[in-house]
Design a protein around this ligand. Sequence first.
Ligand code: TYC
Length: 107
Amino acid sequence: MAHKFDSDSGNGTILEEKKAKVKPPPMYKVMLLNDDYTPMEFVVSTIQKFFSKSREQATQIMLKVHREGMGVCGIYPKDVAGTKVDLVTQHAQAHQHPLQCTMDETE
Ligand code: TYC
């Protein structure tokens, strides 16, 4: 919203429009990468668990990653995206799968 600011810094006679400098926060895509070893079922359940997707949505994302090498699971502010990457990476390692999760700022 545009606010009026007194640029006369004293008697308030000169008022001019100034743009409020509020930008939305940068957003980050959280992506999974394909590999040859992680079971499809593990990828689907991981997407459901950490990205709040239905089984159908999670299956579509998994198949995109499987066929195209990469797929977006969700778009979040930086801190949330970073936490998702860490949790998914820990989950994959705990189950000894090489599944990789990364993040990238949106354009
Ligand atoms: N390519 C894996 C397989 O054939 C499945 C897979 C899908 C692995 C998505 C990782 O992010 C991934 N078992």
